[in-house]
Design a protein around this ligand. Structure first.
Ligand SMILES: [Zn+2]
Length: 51
């Protein structure tokens, strides 16, 4: 089952999960989401902490 679409040939830009350090909100984004839209807290890339 093919799931890959043409995303301008850039296969490194896959979505990562980021977790808000303050409220625990999880967002999925290709780039760092900046600050939490709910509490203004800082996001941490969950993938990095799982290595
Ligand atoms: Zn938050």
């Amino acid at each position: 089952m093919p799931h890959d679409q043409d995303i301008e040939g850039d296969t490194s830009k896959i979505a990562s999960e980021y977790e808000c350090l303050q409220c625990g909100k999880i967002v999925s984004a290709k780039t760092h989401p900046g600050e939490c839209s709910d509490c203004g807290g800082e996001f941490q890339n969950r993938a990095k902490s799982l290595e």
